[in-house]
Design a protein around this ligand. Structure first.
Ligand code: B16
Ligand code: MG
Length: 219
């Protein structure tokens, strides 16, 4: 008897489908340099997947900053980030990314974006892949950001698929935490010290094997 329950694959955007993780890093680094805040690539690793506000608070590491300053700094970093998207185009999808989404569709899965970014619609548009997705949940969709499960649960709701029938593909530790908290299957993309707690892990997007994941035999 074939399994007829709808299944879904929810894709993180930054770091899974495109490498805007680097542009987010450069935006924060520029702000940190301008404000003489200590920051580097290693510190940036902890920001992956976090919302804009949580990223800034992590960068500040307990330094007290009033709300208007926080708002101004978030706005400035976002300006740097959006400026850096000016030349983005379809060639900026990570290798294997479009093929992976198409593979999920071919396997009969519904597909959604589950991104913390409020800029997700712009990025999807620039990459020319917005039409590939049945639903988009992003930084504008929910209050509580990753590692809370809310964003992925919202994607599942939009798709009409039960959480237990969703697979999440994520590059961030906080995103894997969010997927597991949502009761979904977590696929980590990246090194074991970052996403080794996922149910499955692959080094790069191009390596993700949905055949293995959807069969349900974690390695
Ligand atoms: P924005 P993802 C996340 O996107 C990024 O990984 C993270 O670095 C960024 O701070 C966050 O989006 C918010 O982005 O400032 O554009 O709203 O990885 O969840 O697709
Ligand atoms: Mg990401």
């Amino acid at each position: 008897m074939p399994d007829v329950r709808p299944r879904a694959v929810i894709f993180d955007l930054d770091g899974v489908l495109t490498d805007t993780a680097e542009q987010h890093y450069l935006g924060w680094q520029r702000l940190a340099d301008e404000e003489s805040l200590p920051f580097d690539r290693a510190a940036n690793e902890a920001l992956r997947g976090l919302s804009r506000r949580e990223s800034l608070l992590a960068l500040l590491g307990g330094r007290e900053v009033d709300e208007p300053t926080l708002e101004a700094w978030m706005e400035r970093k976002n300006r740097y980030y959006v400026e850096s998207l000016a030349d983005m185009g379809p060639a900026d999808a990570l290798p294997g990314a479009v093929e992976l989404v198409e593979d999920a569709r071919r396997r009969g899965c519904r597909v959604a974006i589950g991104s913390s970014s409020k800029n997700a619609p712009i990025v999807l548009d620039k990459l020319g892949i917005a039409d590939l997705f049945d639903a988009v949940a992003d930084g504008n969709s929910v209050e509580r950001a990753k590692p809370a499960p809310d964003l992925f649960l919202e994607a599942a709701r939009l798709l009409g698929v039960a959480a237990g029938d969703c697979v999440v593909v994520e590059d961030a530790a906080s995103g894997v935490d969010a997927a597991l908290a949502a009761g979904m299957t977590a696929v980590g993309v990246g090194p074991a010290d970052r996403v080794g707690h996922a149910d499955y892990r692959f080094d790069r997007t191009a390596d993700v094997d949905l055949g293995v994941v959807l069969q349900g035999n974690p390695s």
